[in-house]
Design a protein. Structure first.
Length: 308
């Protein structure tokens, strides 16, 4: 069973951007689209008399909002199967629950109300840290530089093998008939204390070479894994995707800065997040926070437990 693309809407300009992106994603991947509006409006009814005593005023507004969103999708992508739903509960709890049976969850980086001026709203940050599937956050501003069609950027971590984020990024690039840029940031440590035998010498070139070798090993394993998946899956021959050109990028500097610069002309930036265990959700580190706040393009946060 192929799970739908889920998009959270609240009537803001940011959620309209998210809706349009999600509709395009559903059309490209041939997935259904589920539009969800969640609000705790039922806790605040009674503060003002509703127009219809049988139907709370906020409920009428919510139903109108999702109906308008559904109509917008049908105009933009008539081939997409779309359903819309109103949930009278906390938005984060609703979208986390939806993430159990979603291919990905999409939302805008800004919401309504007094926090709308923030670059990243509380719902987006909380969902990114608790979702069971990839979360795509659409930036509030238009990119300064036009994106290269089909361009996907992924951050390569210290993990020895291909991460869930790398696999997701490769799939995204294939569905866009585009190219993937795998980015490995490196920094010369202030003190040469490494978790492995020390490198001969202490020049910066040695650390760069180590980053290049690690990136090559990860991508070789990723390409092998993808080749096996294509061989085993009949659907891989029917989705129109072909071999993806993978570019290597090794750059010195803080990982968040390197990734944001690499994503300047990308359609999508992909980063991973580790499951903390128990009820703690995902560990969103400083790199995740930085790209969610400052990326010039949509950002996908992919849990390390995600299997697609």
């Amino acid at each position: 069973m192929r799970f739908p693309v889920v998009v959270g809407v609240d009537g803001s300009e940011g959620s309209l951007r998210a809706l349009d992106w999600a509709a395009a994603e559903a059309a490209r991947t041939r997935l259904p689209l589920r539009v969800v509006h969640a609000s705790l409006w039922e806790h605040y009814e009674g503060l003002r008399p509703p127009a219809d005593p049988q139907v709370p005023g906020e409920q009428l507004l919510a139903e109108h909002l999702v109906a308008s969103a559904r109509d917008r999708v049908r105009d933009l992508s008539p081939e997409v199967s779309v359903v819309a739903d109103v949930q009278p509960e906390d938005p984060v709890a609703t979208l986390v629950r939806e993430s159990h049976e979603a291919s990905l969850v999409v939302l805008g980086s800004r919401g309504r109300g007094r926090i709308a001026g923030m670059l990243l709203g509380s719902v987006g940050l909380a969902l990114a840290g608790r979702s069971h599937c990839p979360v795509v956050v659409i930036p509030a501003r238009q990119p300064g530089t036009p994106a290269t069609p089909g361009s996907v950027v992924v951050g390569i971590s210290d993990a020895t093998g291909p991460s869930a984020a790398a696999v997701f990024a490769l799939t995204q690039a294939a569905s866009r008939h585009g190219e993937l840029t795998a980015v490995r940031a490196w920094r010369r440590p202030a003190h040469a204390l490494l978790s492995h035998p020390p490198l001969p010498g202490s020049s910066s070139s040695a650390y760069r070479r180590q980053a290049e070798e690690h990136l090559e090993e990860v991508l070789k394993a990723l390409e092998t894994l993808e080749a096996r998946k294509k061989q085993d899956s009949q659907e891989a021959h029917d989705d129109g995707s072909g071999a993806v050109v993978i570019h290597r990028s090794v750059a010195q500097g803080p990982a968040h800065q390197v990734l944001i610069e690499a994503a300047e002309t990308a359609e999508l930036l992909v980063v991973g997040a580790r499951r903390a265990g128990g009820w703690h959700g995902l560990q969103l580190g400083p790199v995740n926070h930085a790209v969610l706040h400052y990326s010039p393009c949509p950002v996908a946060i992919v849990p390390d437990t995600y299997q697609g």
